[in-house]
Design a protein around this ligand. Structure first.
Ligand code: NDP
Length: 299
């Protein structure tokens, strides 16, 4: 039976460490602003959770809500204002945005030193070339932390990532392939056109699935003793539950757990790490900003 990788516990430890650091501060606290356009219930829930968790560790969390009809120009103006605000260390814009607004333009407008989601092209570029002074996207960074905490040896391991989105698969591949300690993996990035996906998955020492297809990965696709990281969050009908539904991952957990050596549950695996990494990025951004201010004042 696989050992459970408890993302909730690891995320809590990280948040406690950040909180301890913040309680020692004198002067201004770190500030994180989330911009939400429209009132999509899932987006509202994500943003509220992030801001709530930020407040819990001592980060000043603010949510700016703009109507669905807001113009692209006004949204960009709001970002310019936050970029210029010395009290703000992190800015995130909850995606997706309405179709009349270009998310590419919006993300590129955020000051890269405040881009705590790590989606700005400059931060993505730094990630690819292995420069450590940018921000990495929160979900991939959280997965790296989970593997590190679980002492999974990635050096020379074959990691198969299924799903090549810009927010999970691609940056995760870039992180794990670096010639860095705790990385240095041989990474294969699969997509919906991959031939013999099942055969490929069976060659994985570490199998990471981020496709948004409920319980897609069955036990036949997993090598015995593999480490399995399930990024998917899918709501499926379940009349036996009070809400009439339940959350499942992209992996058929109950059968795969008997074959894997370690596995993340859904919920309680990758999800909590995403929020913890957002707070960690904000905290790092704050520390860098404070160090730069100090350096300026003594030069
Ligand atoms: P996207 O929809 O942006 O990308 C899905 C990727 O999966 C695409 O590359 C697609 O391939 C690939 N794919 C889809 N079906 C298959 C298939 N049958 N075989 C192989 N590849 C397939 O998804 P995201 O990356 O945004 O999210 C993926 C999942 O992770 C979702 O369930 C999402 O809710 C969850 N998620 C969880 C987070 C967390 O914090 N735990 C954070 C972010 C996402 P192609 O490119 O060829 O179309």
């Amino acid at each position: 039976m696989a050992k459970l990788i408890d993302g909730k516990k690891i995320a809590t430890e990280i948040q406690e460490r950040i909180s301890k650091g913040i309680t020692r501060l004198e002067g201004r606290l770190p500030g994180l602003v989330a911009i939400l356009v429209g009132d999509h219930p899932a987006s509202l829930a994500y943003v509220s959770k992030k801001s709530e968790q930020a407040e819990l560790v001592g980060i000043r969390g603010e949510v700016i809500r703009l109507p669905e009809t807001v113009s692209e120009e006004s949204l960009l103006g709001e970002i310019d204002r936050l970029n210029a605000d010395p009290e703000i260390d992190g800015i995130l814009v909850q995606l997706p945005l309405p179709p009349h607004i270009s998310s590419k333009k919006v993300i590129s407008r955020i000051d890269p030193t405040k881009d705590v989601d790590g989606f700005h092209p400059i931060n993505m570029g730094k990630l690819l070339i292995g420069e450590g002074d940018g921000f990495m996207p929160c979900t991939p960074l959280g997965i790296k932390e989970l593997l590190l905490h679980s002492k999974v040896d990635l050096d020379g391991a074959h990691v198969v990532i299924v799903g090549r989105s810009n927010i999970v698969g691609k940056p995760l591949a870039a992180i794990l392939m670096q010639k860095h300690p705790n990385c240095n993996a041989t990474v294969t990035l699969a997509n919906s056109a991959t031939r013999d996906l099942s055969g490929l998955c069976q060659t994985a020492d570490v199998l990471i699935v981020a496709i948004g297809q409920p319980e897609f990965v069955r036990k036949e696709m997993v090598k015995k003793g593999a480490v399995v990281i399930d990024v998917g969050i899918n709501r499926v009908v379940d009349e036996s539950r009070p809400r009439g539904s339940r959350l499942v991952g992209d992996v058929a957990f109950e059968e795969v757990r008997h074959k894997a050596s370690m596995i993340t549950p859904v919920p309680g695996g990758v999800g909590p790490m995403t929020v913890a990494m957002l707070l960690q990025n904000t905290w790092s951004g704050y520390l860098r900003r404070q160090a730069a201010t100090l350096a300026e004042s003594v030069s």
